[in-house]
Ligand binder design. Structure first.
Ligand code: ATP
Ligand code: MG
Length: 142
């Protein structure tokens, strides 16, 4: 099966709740490798560009404010079916709908502050990984 890379973000609520380690541990337990990682404060411009597909949605301004309210952890996860598996591990967008044991069920505070982001397709993953990481910042497996 094909190895994929996907972008994961630990959102400000999960960082401020000290759940970085719990979330990364879960990805590793599920067999996803962390291929790149950095902690940043997103600028308003960077957050707006990241969520550009949602710019007409009523929640866009609030989402950008939330994503710039504190540090986030940006990660490239790698593994078989990494894009879909990350989405499964995260659970539904709204934590009220997320299954038991998913990261959003465990660590989300609300629909907006839902702990994690994951690319929703291979095409998005390519765009999102290169939006935040230089090719040379993404490690190879040896
Ligand atoms: P993400 O892109 O963050 O992985 P997703 O793909 O599950 O989440 P999207 O529809 O892309 O969901 O929405 C992007 C983010 O916008 C959501 O994760 C959530 O933080 C926020 N969001 C989505 N819908 C709403 C809403 N109705 N009200 C407030 N915030 C919302
Ligand atoms: Mg999305």
């Amino acid at each position: 099966m094909k190895v994929e890379q996907t972008l994961s973000i630990i959102k400000p609520n999960a960082v401020s709740d000290n759940n970085i380690g719990n979330i990364i541990a879960r990805f590793e337990q599920e067999g996803l490798r962390v291929a790149a990682l950095k902690m940043v404060n997103l600028s308003k411009e960077k957050a707006e560009g990241f969520y550009i597909e949602h710019r007409e949605r009523p929640f866009f301004g609030s989402l950008v404010s939330f994503m710039t309210s504190g540090p986030v952890m940006l990660m490239v996860l790698e593994g078989e079916r990494a894009v879909d598996r990350n989405r499964e591990i995260m659970g539904a967008t709204n934590p009220a709908d997320a299954e038991e044991g998913t990261l959003r069920k465990l660590y989300a505070k609300s629909l907006e502050a839902n702990a994690v982001h994951g690319s929703d397709s291979l095409t998005s993953a390519d765009r999102e990984v290169s939006y935040f990481f230089e090719k040379s910042d993404v490690t190879d497996r040896f």
